[in-house]
Design a protein around this ligand. Structure first.
Ligand code: SIN
Ligand code: CO
Length: 386
């Protein structure tokens, strides 16, 4: 497709002022993001959610969906991991439990559309949309998260207690992260469409007031340890160091079992030959950030030859499948953990696909782009709009 100035361009993040309670995304980033909580009444007026409690329970029974059930009985917390059998839900008490389902955006287009309303934060920071359901009294207890989160209230009400306390000591011996000493500093009762933004490490405790569904738009913040470890894994496949250990000047040792200083020095010299450039980190970062989570399974379509694919592409346009993650930087484009070579002819469209998650119908001409899209179609990375 040729780039046409009238075509829907890549997104400009002017954001949506209502969502942030009347402030601009710039102001939000300056004053609140990673700094302090923000409670927004009527962030999405009339919002009652994108799925029912029954549909959420249905998702929690699927093999490729991550879900948890948190319950509390006689002061003891219990955590169970999905997938669940339908009967598990029938055995639950009327009160004091919560079902939490991760990455609902990978299964429902409406959930993905909701997540995209938060595109004033780069996709590289976005994690997923988690949805919880709890009957009266349900919640996951007082805790803190290591990432930023927008807690959007769907059906029903939830009482949120928040504290910026320094004491983040956890109760020992429980699988769940429960704060030992939680001191409420602020308290809000959220109703459908209200939203609470929390920066990392702010203690919070949400309790359902009647049947309640909460939508958590969560962001990712990998630890430095994780980044470094993953980068070393990535570099392992790229290393190509010539030579083998050699010691033509080997001296007679008193202790044959001793690793000599000379050997150590030689190995230090060899290891120091490992080097990396910013370009290696850039490639690693794009692959790492778009790598599908372990449980993700792409739904592959029936095979279609490239001529037929092109025809339908021109007619319908194309969109990323809900499970796909696509990002780009100055030089590269990445999809689902893979680096994609871009040419000047397809850069604009690749970037547009990554930003908007779709490309409109039109005259696709670049053969490289058509071949790539066809390959991605067969892999289940992209699909025709329904
Ligand atoms: C919930 O939705 O119940 C929990 C969300 C959170 O506290 O992070
Ligand atoms: Co939390």
């Amino acid at each position: 497709m040729r780039y046409d100035a009238n075509m829907k361009k890549s997104k400009k993040n002017n954001g949506d002022k209502t969502l942030l309670g009347g402030i601009t995304p710039q102001q939000f980033l300056r004053e609140y993001w990673q700094k302090k909580p923000l409670m927004i009444r009527g962030a999405i007026p009339g919002f009652t959610g994108v799925l029912s409690a029954e549909e959420l329970a249905g998702l929690a029974c699927e093999d490729d969906v991550q879900s948890r059930l948190v319950s509390q009985a006689k002061g003891n917390w219990r955590l169970e991991h999905g997938p669940f059998e339908e009967e598990r839900f029938a055995k639950l008490h009327a009160k004091n439990w919560t079902l939490l389902v991760q990455s609902v955006n990978q299964h429902l287009p409406e959930a993905m559309a909701l997540l995209q309303r938060f595109d004033f934060i780069p996709y590289a920071r976005l994690d997923d949309l988690m949805v919880s359901y709890a009957p009266d009294g349900g919640g996951v207890g007082p805790h803190f998260d290591s990432y930023d989160v927008f807690l959007l209230q769907g059906q029903g009400k939830r009482l949120w207690r928040v504290s910026q306390q320094q004491d983040l000591t956890l109760v020992e011996g429980v699988e769940l992260k429960i704060l030992k000493n939680f001191h409420t500093e602020q308290e809000w009762l959220l109703e459908p469409g209200d939203m609470l933004y929390l920066p990392p490490h702010v203690a919070h405790w949400g309790v359902a007031v009647g049947d309640c569904m909460t939508y958590s738009i969560g962001f990712r913040a990998p630890s430095v340890q994780e980044l470094a470890g993953q980068f070393l894994n990535f570099m392992q496949d790229r290393l190509d160091l010539a030579g083998v250990y050699a010691d033509a000047d080997l001296k007679l040792q008193t202790h044959p079992a001793k690793i000599s200083k000379a050997m150590l020095k030689e190995v230090v010299k060899a290891i120091k030959r490992i080097q990396w450039e910013e370009a290696d980190v850039a490639e690693f970062l794009g692959c790492y950030l778009t790598e599908p989570k372990l449980h993700v399974v792409f739904d592959k379509p029936r095979s279609m030859n490239i001529a037929k694919f092109r025809q339908q592409l021109i007619h319908d346009g194309i969109q990323l499948s809900l499970k796909s993650q696509m990002l780009f930087d100055e030089q590269h484009c990445f999809i689902n953990g893979e680096l994609v070579k871009m040419s000047p002819d397809n850069t604009v469209l690749m970037r547009q696909l990554a930003d908007n998650r779709s490309l409109p119908a039109g005259g696709f001409e670049d053969i490289f782009l058509i071949e790539k899209l066809h390959e991605w179609y067969l892999a289940g990375y992209v699909q025709f709009p329904k």
